[in-house]
Design a protein around this ligand. Structure first.
Ligand SMILES: [Zn+2]
Length: 72
């Protein structure tokens, strides 16, 4: 149990994209492509906001006669 070096490279290469499950690209670790990176980021942000403000919808209408009553 000592003649068994851990193949770090293999571990790295074995990494898979958490979004689609494809092989990870070194340029976009830990994702396979920028697209997946954006998707994951979007999900993360959405969930984060959801958790923060679960009750009451956010600004539904922005820039359309809001209750603030501000004149332009
Ligand atoms: Zn992917």
């Amino acid at each position: 149990m000592s003649d068994r070096p851990i193949p770090l490279r293999a571990v790295r290469t074995a990494a898979k994209c958490p979004v689609c499950g494809k092989e990870v690209t070194a340029s976009y670790r830990p994702f396979c492509s920028k697209r997946c990176a954006d998707i994951d980021l979007g999900r993360w942000l959405k969930e984060g906001y959801r958790i923060e403000t679960d009750e009451g919808p956010p600004d539904d209408q922005s820039g359309g006669g809001g209750p603030t009553g501000q004149e332009r």
